[in-house]
Ligand binder design. Structure first.
Ligand code: TYM
Length: 329
């Protein structure tokens, strides 16, 4: 069985973008692949997080993994800091990554271009830690949204470089980006990705938003003044985004949805999208409440950490031996 691995960084609450671009796919894949999914908590602290809030977000993220349908028996679910090999291999990867490669990473470039102050060294080297996350487990596939593809491609380059330099040690992974839903846009500015760091709070749907708020956010989504429902990503990006959300959640082709609503007002289409999103989120939120009451999170994480450590520690030992960090008696 081929192995798949992915993670989500719980900086703030998980979003509908995380669900459609990543989490929903993890659940779909867990029957056909050996699925390893983790909470990337080390990645959160590349920027300051209020400690109590961060800790709460970790619990919510794990509960949401389970609420969305990840099954701890089929999948390995764990917290990144419970497996120490991530930080150690992360450092080794940083020693095998060129500054030029990190300078080319879009996320870092965008932040520097905006002139953000006090950017940390952790933010700069974070793709090295992400490479370690993936390579520790010999993952064949890494399901991610569009924005993370570049990091998986860097991981491939690093894996090949280390295999050439020191002898075969890593499986070279492939990014898996879905055709629909890989880049859900802000409801207020369809030129920007829907993101946890949304300043207005109106452009982003959080998985734990109450359903009335969700409906309001969708009904007031920015569209255009053409008054014509068509599938036109360039000229009608807001509408396109709403149709993409509905398509990703229902499995209906985007064109079929656009055709169904052609000739009707934008409000009617928005009402349909709100119905689809709220129905999905209601199920997730009901499961979430049950999981939070059941106290099973601790048990799930203990099992996950045990399964993940067994794989990661063996790989880290091999890497250390290959690069000469261990004394051979
Ligand atoms: P993160 O936490 O920013 O996002 C988690 C996953 O959600 C996807 N995603 C989206 N997909 C569609 N539309 C959106 N608006 C949207 N926003 C986010 C992301 O593409 C991602 O798949 N560095 C990673 C976490 C990570 C990781 C890893 C992932 C750490 N180690 C190893 C895979 C493998 C991150 O910050 O994702």
């Amino acid at each position: 069985m081929k192995r798949m691995l992915s993670g989500i960084k719980p900086t703030g609450q998980l979003t509908l973008g995380n669900y459609i671009g990543a989490l929903k796919n993890f659940v779909a894949y867990q029957d056909d692949y050996e699925m390893i999914v983790f909470i990337a908590n080390l990645h959160c602290i590349t920027e300051y997080q209020e400690p109590k809030e961060l800790s709460r977000n970790l619990t919510d993220a794990i509960a949401l993994y389970l609420a969305c349908g990840l099954d701890p028996v089929k999948s390995t679910i764990f917290l990144q800091t419970d497996v120490h090999a991530h930080a150690e291999l992360g450092y080794i990867m940083a020693c095998n990554t060129y500054l030029g490669e990190l300078n080319r990473m879009t996320q870092f470039k965008d932040k520097s271009a905006k002139g953000e102050k006090n950017m940390t060294a952790g933010l700069y080297t974070y793709p090295c830690l992400m490479a370690a996350d993936i390579l520790l487990y010999d993952a064949n596939y890494v399901p991610v949204g569009e924005d993370q593809k570049q990091h998986v491609e860097l991981t491939r380059d690093l894996a090949q470089r280390m295999n050439n330099k020191y002898g075969e040690m890593f499986t070279v992974p492939e990014p898996l980006v879905a055709k629909v839903g890989a880049r859900i846009m802000s409801l207020q500015d369809p030129s920007k990705k829907m993101s946890k760091s949304d300043e207005t709070n109106k452009g982003c749907i959080y998985l734990l938003d109450d359903l009335k708020t969700v409906r309001k956010k969708i009904m007031s989504a920015v569209t255009d003044s053409f008054a014509d429902i068509k599938l036109d990503k360039i000229n009608q990006p807001g509408l396109y985004n709403l149709i993409e959300i509905a398509s990703a959640l229902t499995g209906r082709p985007m064109q079929e949805i656009a055709d169904e609503f052609h000739g009707q007002g934008y409000g009617v289409l928005k009402g349909y999208v709100a119905d689809v999103v709220c129905a999905e989120m209601e199920k997730i939120q009901n499961n979430y409440r049950e999981i939070m009451d059941s106290h099973k999170i601790e048990e799930v994480l203990a099992l996950g950490a045990k399964k993940a450590s067994a794989i990661a520690d063996t790989k880290l030992d091999l890497v250390k031996r290959k690069i000469g960090l261990e004394i051979i008696y």
